[in-house]
Every structure is written in C-alpha cells, then in structure tokens.
Design a protein around this ligand. Structure first.
Ligand code: AGP
Length: 609
C-alpha cells in the first residue's frame, strides 16, 4: 500500500504535494519522491526514507515555483527501499507514481527489455512507465495511458505526467483507490482524501477502470476504455484525522475491514489459476531443496506465533513433514535438536522483533535454511533470511495485529499447498479446489464484516465481565489463542484460551453463572465434540458465545449468542473464524474506553528482549 498524489492549479505544486504526502505517510513510509514541471521540463526528486528526508533534500535547493506535480510515499512490495526504487519513475517524457501490485510484471519486463527499454529499478512500477512511453508517440497522454493499462494485470492507481503536456495529470485506477479533489481553479488526485482535505472538501471517487484528466482549466472523467462518464461530487465533512482512518473511528477497525483487500494483495501474482499452481519463486527454495527438508521449525512471537501454530496444521496435513512450533523467546534459550536438514520459518510482521531475530540467527548458525514470512521489505529478518515471503498487507498502524495475521496464515497456506504439491501429495483436482477456496476467502471475510453491528451488540452485553475463556479444537485452537490475546490487548480484560478437550482437566472450574465462554465450533469433524463441551459449560451456568459455520440449530438452542460465519476447507477456516473475534475485542475495548490503537504498555514492534 503506498500513497500517491497529483496536483495542477495556481499554487505551489511541490509544497502541496509534500504536504499531501505527509498526510498519506500512514500508507507507507520507506521512500518518497516528487516530480514537477520546471521551465518546460519535468524534474524528479526522490530518496529512501520518510517525507521529512525528501523535504530536507528539497530544502537544499531553491524552492521550485511549479504549478503541476505528482508525488509518492512508498510501502515497498517489489524492490527493496532505495533511491532508485523510489517513485516517481521516468521513461522518456513520461513520469509517474503508482500504488498497487502488477501481477504480470515479469513477463512485461522481459518483453519491454526485448524492445530495447532499459530498466533502472527493481520495481513493477517501472514497466508501466515504459509501456506508456511506448504507446505515447502521436497520442495525447490519456490515450497512451489507456493503451498501456490494457496490458496490465493486477492492481494500480496511477498519476502520470508528460513533458510534452505541461499542466496535465492523468489518473487511472483498478483495485487501488484514487480520489479527485475539486478545488477552486485547482485539482488534486490522491490515494486518499486526507492528502488534499485542507484545500478542498469536494471529492470525486473514481471506480475501477475509470480515468481522469486534470488540467489548469478543469477535469474530465471517462472509462479507461475512453467512454465519457459523469461523476458526482461529494462534500466531505470528516476532519483530517478521521479522514486518515478512512472514516473509521480507529486504525484497528479500518485494518480489520481492510482484510479482504490486503489478502487480495497477499495473493496477487502468487496463484496461477490457469495452471492451478502456486508461484514458489518467492519462497526461493528450489524444488530439490524442498525434498531434502526433513523437519520444519516455525518460530515467532505473539500473534505471529498463533499463525505459526495454524501453519503447523496446514504443513503437516498437506506436505506430511513434521513441524515444530516455538515461541521465539523460548527457542532462543533452549538447545534445539537441529542437524542442518531443517527449514526454519520465522514469522514476523515487523521483521524487527528481537526474540525472533535471535532465534532466526541461532537457527542459521545451526545450519538450517531460513525463510522469513514478513511484512516489511528491507527489515532485518528479511535481509538476514535465505528467502523471504512478503505478506504485502501494507502498513499496520494499530498495535493489535489484524490484517497482518490473516496475511501470515495465507502465506503459510500457499507454502503448505506448494510444498505438498512439490512432494506429489496434492493431485491436480485437489490443487484446483484448494486454490479456489483461498481466492474465495476475501469474499467470505466481507460477509462477516457485514455482521459488525451484531457483534458490537454482543460486546455491549459482555463489556463488564471480568474474564473470558476461549475454546476450540484442532487448527482453530490457535484462533482461540488469538481471540483471547486480542481481547487482552485492547480491553485489558483477562482472557485465556484452551484446547476444548482440556476443559475437564482444570479450566472448567472457572465456570459459574454467566461466565462468558467463546466457543469456536465450525461444522467440521470435531463439531460434535464441541457440542459436548458446550453442554458441559451450559450445565454449570456458563454463557456461550458460539462462532459456527452453517445454520447449526443444535448450537443455536444452547448458545446465548451465535455468530455464523461462512464455511471453507479446514485449513482456511481459521482465517474466517478470527474476524468476529477481532471485531468483538475491538468493540469491547472501545466500550471500555481503552485506546485500542495504542493500548497501554504495548509497542507495535518489540525490538528489545
Ligand atoms: C499482536 O497483536 C501483538 N501486537 C504482538 O503479539 C505481535 O504479534 C508480536 O509482538 C510479534 O510481532 P512481529 O510479528 O512484528 O514479530
């Protein structure tokens, strides 16, 4: 997820672009740049680092007086954070900024190289620049853009300028947001409203495959195919802080709701539905190496450790290789038995968690091949690993991890399916079913998000409880752990999770009249066992909040509260089951007046022991 901005009007475009990028920095902050018209040519200034570094770079020269500019703040997906990978990118007269992920960039890059285009970056964005340049002779900029995007597969929001057409900015979007700000004789393009809210509250929301041309005289909107399209202007009443949260009250809620989109970004370009294969390249593990793997260690902290446990079930079931999961702070101080034919997977959203880095380094010293499943390109874990799988879930501002967690599970699923396939354990039709199910998960999560109000009502009923128990079985047990952690983190209520079969070994002593128990009971092969657990709890007065799939009448008669979620294959059910627990924790925390985005005592990345 990156932030882009475009401006043309009567004021200083570079100042406006920089200020807008500051407002978009929550969308990505590992490099930044601007391009602006200056005396008939387009100048580009860009650098690794934050907007403040770009501002310092520009402050060392005379302030440009340009009235048209584009800008970009990056969350790296293809190509590490660096000056040469920073946007804007240029090809001939064409200069552009891009938010999104181009799925077919490898084949397009090869084709363009064959046509003589010279690449200077590792980004997928640069291919768009060369494509527009290739199509631009004899065409107005908007038509060259139209021709270029016909060849793209994937997600993009673009702001494009050409030295041949001063004062014009062309914007086009598909699967990435792009909004138009309509000012008084000045016009804006941006990934999100905060970028220009201090200049105008009149906004046009572009839909997928729509294109806009802004000039000093005004703007026109059309489809990417060239058909004029009328768009209504919406007057925004949010303040800028509200706007940064996309209208949500908190980043945590925004990020819960972003999960369908962020999962689609995690999967982009990694599943080939025509051949029913997973693109293993990024795991950077040769098929031959995979076959030598006799054991896998997955090591992480906190929520990432919960993903690791889900991964164990996935990999052992699909690839039939033993998996040992450990909390990093434990692993680093024990004496693990490793003899060099293991694969060590570090799961870390930030890529900077001290315990996980220590464990990763220890595993490397013991001869294991290290794969990092990470969300931050260029982070320590990603740089020190033998291979990296980036989850592409964009910056996660809320301290309590939500969208990064579901992305981690998606990454582990792709690995497990690809590993099982490489070992000949997943036949063609099964492979197709497993991949189709994965691609349906974003829609299934969308369906749960529609139940937010009902889940908020449940939160209201239980907000004053002093303790919660979460129980589940099998692959959903780590989701019970995650639900309990989310509630603890953001509401400060004690909560713990147990494998449901453990109830009779002690935890059932907790149950008295009205004690809340969240029961994860999908209609899978362990469903009847979960029904028995519910009966045990009910008979002692416990209050059941059940999360189940399908219309389980039996459960409905026993549970005080029932949350029905869509069914999926067992390996993916955890990704669906966790969403109501995220929403429940969020609403309980808000009702208790807690700072759900920055809970007390917590940090987004635990870079110390
Ligand atoms: C998640 O909600 C917590 N904030 C925390 O447990 C987090 O998952 C843990 O610190 C690991 O972080 P990492 O994924 O960046 O390594």
């Amino acid at each position: 997820m990156c932030g882009i901005i475009g401006y043309t009007g009567k004021n200083n475009s570079v100042s406006i672009a920089l200020e807008g990028l500051k407002r978009l920095e929550y969308r990505g902050y590992d490099s930044a740049g601007v391009a602006f018209f200056d005396n008939g040519s387009v100048d580009v200034r860009r650098c690794k680092g934050k907007i403040s570094d770009l501002m310092a770079l520009l402050s060392r020269e005379e302030k440009p007086s340009s009235t048209t500019a584009i800008g970009h703040t990056r969350w790296a997906t293809h190509g590490r954070p660096s000056d040469e990978n920073a946007h804007p990118h240029r090809s001939g007269d064409i200069v552009l900024v891009h938010n999104g992920i181009i799925e077919n960039y490898v084949e397009l890059k090869k084709k363009l190289k064959g046509e003589g285009f010279v690449f200077t970056s590792e980004t997928d964005t640069e291919i768009i620049c060369h494509l527009i340049n290739k199509h631009s002779p004899g065409l107005p900029l908007e038509d060259a853009v139209r021709e270029a995007v016909k060849e793209l597969r994937g997600a993009y929001a673009l702001a494009v300028i050409s030295e041949r057409e001063p004062g014009k900015v062309v914007g086009v979007r598909k699967d990435s947001p792009l909004v138009v700000g309509v000012g008084d004789g000045e016009y804006f393009l941006a990934s999100d409203i905060p970028a220009f809210l201090s200049y105008t509250r009149d906004v046009i929301f572009l839909e997928d495959n729509e294109l806009v041309v802004i000039t000093q005289e005004g703007f026109t909107t059309s489809t990417a195919a060239g058909e004029p399209v009328g768009k209504e202007t919406v007057h925004i009443t949010w303040d800028s802080t509200m706007a940064e949260k996309g209208g949500y009250d908190h980043f945590m809620l925004k990020e819960i709701f972003e999960q369908p989109r962020s999962l689609a970004d995690t999967l982009a370009g990694r599943i080939n539905t025509e051949t029913s294969e997973v693109n293993l390249e990024e795991f950077n593990i040769e098929k031959g190496d995979l076959e030598k793997v006799k054991k896998i260690f997955i090591v992480a902290c906190g929520t990432s450790w919960h993903a690791a446990i889900v991964g164990k079930y996935m990999i052992e079931e699909l690839a039939r290789v033993p998996v040992e999961v450990d909390i990093a702070s434990e692993f680093r101080y024990r004496n693990p038995i490793m003899n060099g034919d293991e694969l060590f997977i570090a799961i870390t959203k930030s890529g900077e968690t001290a315990d996980t880095l220590a464990a990763q380094r220890m595993a490397k010293k013991l001869g294991a091949k290290v794969l990092s499943i990470c969300n931050v390109i260029g982070s320590t874990s990603s740089r020190e690993a033998d291979s990296v799988f980036y989850t592409h879930s964009g910056p996660e501002i809320g301290v309590a991890s939500t969208k990064a967690f579901t992305a981690q599970m998606a990454a582990l699923y792709l690995f497990a399916v690809a590993f099982g396939r490489a070992k000949g354990l997943v036949p063609d039709e099964r492979m197709q079913e497993l991949l189709e199910e994965m691609l349906m998960i974003p829609d299934k999560i969308e369906k749960i998000l529609l139940k937010e109000k009902a889940i908020e009502d449940i939160a209201k009923r239980y907000v004053n409880k002093s303790g919660f128990l979460y129980i589940a079985r099998g692959i959903n047990y780590p989701i019970a752990l995650e639900g309990a952690l989310k509630l603890k983190e953001v509401s400060y209520i004690h909560a713990e999770a147990y494998p449901a079969g453990e109830m009779k070994h002690g935890p059932i002593a907790l149950i008295d009249e009205g004690f809340p128990v969240i029961v994860l009971a999908p209609r899978d092969r362990l469903h009847e066992k979960m029904i028995s657990n519910i009966q045990e709890i009910k008979s002692r007065g416990g209050s059941i909040i059940a999360v189940t799939t399908g219309s389980g009448r039996e459960i409905a008669d026993m549970a005080e509260q029932l949350i029905e979620v869509p069914e999926s294959v067992s390996y993916l059910q955890p990704m669906v089951m966790v969403v109501p627990l995220q929403l429940l924790a969020y609403h309980v925390g808000v009702l208790r007046g807690c700072n759900v985005d920055q809970p007390r005592n917590l940090a987004k990345s635990v870079t110390v022991e």
